[in-house]
Design a protein around this ligand. Sequence first.
Ligand code: ZN
Length: 308
Amino acid sequence: MTKATLPKVLPFAGSPLDRCENLRRDADAIRALQDSDRALFLPLWRGQIYMLSDGTPALLQGMALDALSLADPGPVLLGTQGKTRQPWFAIGLEEAVDADADFPLGGLGEWMDLRAAAPLLSTADLAIVGRASALLGWHNRHRFCANCGAVTCAAEGGIKRECPDCGTEHFPRTDPVVIMLAVQGDQCLMGRQAGWPENTYSALAGFVEQGESLEEACAREVGEEAGITIGAVRYVLSQPWPFPSSLMIGLIAEALSEDITLDDELEDARWFSRNDVRAMLSGAHERYRAPMKFSAAYHLLSEWAAHK
Ligand SMILES: [Zn+2]
């Protein structure tokens, strides 16, 4: 296998920040980073970021925070950047606030869904924003202890939550998802779900279940969704996917059968030739469309299409 055609890092990976794991237990050090006049605060509101007209996400300084209504847990330490160790924090604005009227940079850009903003952001910004979105989303959905139901508190700069009643520690989840191209000779299998943009097809995908290897999850998903039997499986790539907090694991799998039987999940599935895929990736196919460029599927297809 050659990886010559793969980018060094896939979109949402490649964060330039040091995650500061070594000082997470030092509350004074985290407080000093937060109080630094060099600290940058990345605001999110209802899962959206504020995109400035120059294509960068809005960043606030600490003095701007007093006028904002921050959601639990307040500033979350993302890490520090470069030799000067510039601190980066993520903040979530209260969902109920009028983020246009009350936002200090209002009028200089617009709130934008992360999927819409992703193609506009640099690799570094996308990685930082993606992690911030995944982390704040996790805090928002895990306010109560899954063990006893008590209200939990953020700890260690927002890298975990703790239950004051039963002592359980809760850590951000990452859910593994296999995304795979079943291939046979010069053909690969793709499907589409109802509701996707017209004529867009992509690699099949599904969550890895407990007690299952990646190879087993791959074979089960392709079998369930398209009725295709899978043989050998090889790993190609991985990508953090903050919708809301998955790790995409890209595989290419040998298909041992050809007849497609659809289940309820897919509206359609079909075999595509390598030439079809190449045309789809370049946007030149007369009918079919490839998945979004920032998706793992796009890069998985690129890897397969580049090699004979
Ligand atoms: Zn508890």
